[in-house]
Design a protein around this ligand. Structure first.
Ligand SMILES: C[S@@+](CC[C@H](N)C(=O)[O-])C[C@H]1O[C@@H](n2cnc3c(N)ncnc32)[C@H](O)[C@@H]1O
Length: 223
């Protein structure tokens, strides 16, 4: 499934979404116009993307159901009965920072749909260390691009992930795409190990990750 379609498929009917870093606002527009979301708050920290969003929301005739805001992270998103937070297309560290600055999302009733572009391990480490439970892990593939998506909520239940699982996730719903995800990270870690070895740097941690990725890839049908 395409990345934005996958986000939409993870919404609960009747939800009230907050799409942070909405850019073009395609997600809130599709979610509200299809009827799956009853309301959307969509924000961006930059005026350029927000004016694109404003134009698209206006063209779709949804200005009464989508509130747009120029805001940093989740600032102000708590005012609208938000039960679903979407943060897609940003780095994993920024995604974690945004969540960490918004205590209102530490609530069992709020679902977070996260699609980090980078540093997925840092985001998972943050989530697991801060009381968020990863409810499901997803993969989207568009051409050669493979995206990871995490659905979580605050439950304060402990969960354990290995170092390689922090990078690629585990128990993915889209089983047929797991091998593509592993191939991507095996290639990445082979390059890291080679580069570090060539400059005499310590490769022990990266080699351990690579070894676990390869082992899991070898058993991909059992994942
Ligand atoms: C690559 S776009 C992703 C757009 C859309 N969410 C998607 O997945 O297609 C990232 C957007 O996040 C916005 N952004 C970056 N930092 C932000 C922050 N701290 N708060 C809100 N928006 C932010 C950027 O201005 C940009 O429009």
């Amino acid at each position: 499934m395409k990345r934005l379609d996958l986000i939409l498929s993870l919404l609960t009917p009747g939800c009230r979404i907050a799409d942070i870093g909405c850019d073009h606002a395609y997600v809130p527009i599709s979610a509200v116009s299809s009827g799956v979301a009853s309301f959307a708050y969509a924000s961006d920290v930059r005026e350029g993307p927000l004016s694109r969003a404003r134009e698209n929301v206006g063209k779709a005739g949804l200005s009464d159901k989508i509130v747009l805001a120029l805001a940093d992270g989740l600032d102000g998103a708590d005012k609208y009965g938000t039960d679903t937070v979407i943060i897609a297309g940003m780095g994993g560290e920024l995604t974690a920072e945004i969540i960490d600055r918004a205590p209102f999302v530490k609530d069992q009733k709020i679902k977070l749909i996260l699609q980090p572009m980078t540093a997925q391990d840092k985001l998972r480490r943050y989530l697991l260390g801060s009381g968020f439970e990863i409810m499901s892990e997803h993969i989207s593939k568009e051409g050669a691009r493979v995206y990871q998506m995490i659905v979580c909520k605050y439950t304060n239940k402990p969960q354990s992930y290995t170092d390689a699982e922090l990078i690629v996730g585990k128990n993915h719903v889209e089983k047929e795409l797991v091998s593509s995800l592993y191939k991507k990270y095996i290639t990445k870690y082979e390059k890291i190990v080679k580069g570090k070895a060539a400059s005499d740097k310590d490769i022990s941690f990266d080699e351990k990750i690579l070894c676990e990725l390869k082992e899991k890839y070898g058993n991909v049908n059992a994942l």
